[in-house]
Design a protein around this ligand. Structure first.
Ligand SMILES: NC(=O)c1ccc[n+]([C@@H]2O[C@H](COP(=O)([O-])OP(=O)(O)OC[C@H]3O[C@@H](n4cnc5c(N)ncnc54)[C@H](OP(=O)(O)O)[C@@H]3O)[C@@H](O)[C@H]2O)c1
Length: 68
């Protein structure tokens, strides 16, 4: 059985590539910011409790460097 993988930040450049490739090795649940906002700890807890991932891969990041 393939491991459950939770991919966060699936709409970003890295996230899109991972979403394309990860199904080769696991059952992927891919969430964009609407599905899981990393600034909201309750949303992180809820996603982990809901999907029970063996692996969590975070491709989300604050990448607006000039505004950081
Ligand atoms: N691109 C590369 O070649 C490369 C190479 C090495 C390492 N990295 C690293 O990989 C990571 C992602 O880079 P990227 O190029 O894929 O950036 P990106 O295209 O700007 O994607 C970042 C993603 O993060 C999401 N995001 C931002 N804040 C969030 C939040 N609070 N909750 C959930 N999602 C949030 C964005 O959502 P929205 O679309 O809603 O804004 C966006 O989809 C960064 O840490 C970067 O340093 C990238």
């Amino acid at each position: 059985m393939k491991p459950a993988i939770l991919l966060i930040g699936t709409n970003g450049q890295v996230g899109r590539e991972l979403h394309r490739m990860l199904p080769r090795i696991g059952e992927v649940t891919a969430l964009d910011r609407a599905g899981l906002d990393l600034t909201q700890p309750d949303e992180i807890r809820r996603a982990i409790r809901t999907f029970h991932p063996a692996y969590i891969i975070n491709a989300a990041a604050y990448t607006a460097v000039d505004k950081a």
